[in-house]
Design a protein. Sequence first.
Length: 194
Amino acid sequence: MRRIIIGSCLLALLISVLATSVTNSNAQDPPAHGRKPQDVYTLGTEAKLGVVTFSHINHITKNRNLAGTAPMACIECHHTAQPASEVLKHPPLKTAWPADRTSTLTADLFEKDPKAPEMVVCRDCHSRTDTKPKLLPELPQIKLEEGTALITLNNQQAYHRNCGGCHDEIVKTRTDASPPTSKKCMVCHKKAAA
């Protein structure tokens, strides 16, 4: 009987010490938020030319910005992930999400800050032509500086202007990289084997 009482006391003491240790550890180090983007995304799942496999990890970890000097910043693609005052500095961009956003998205913020807004993906605003966007009342439209016609930025237009536009600019301004340009569709689009 005495062994049982001593054993129970020791067990209670051990549990108390462990609980205190865990509580103190959590007080000093808040838990990580733990969000992490996928390494690879499949885009254009309904494209007539075939799907596009996009290596997100390569763009955010390798020197893939326009100058080739650093990884791409989140907002180079996810342009809505910055305050509206910053978005408006880059016409024809107009939208920040959420509209009252005060911080600019970074990979560190996305992964560690539980209060950071969820990631807005292209199709949230740029849906297919025949579909209402999730976050906007209608598809966005822009007028390019060199013309007067309005262009409706459905998901196809948004992807091609963003991805192809960046690749085209890199080919024009750098000699150390040769990403597929907007004229080389089949480098990115892959049809499934029949």
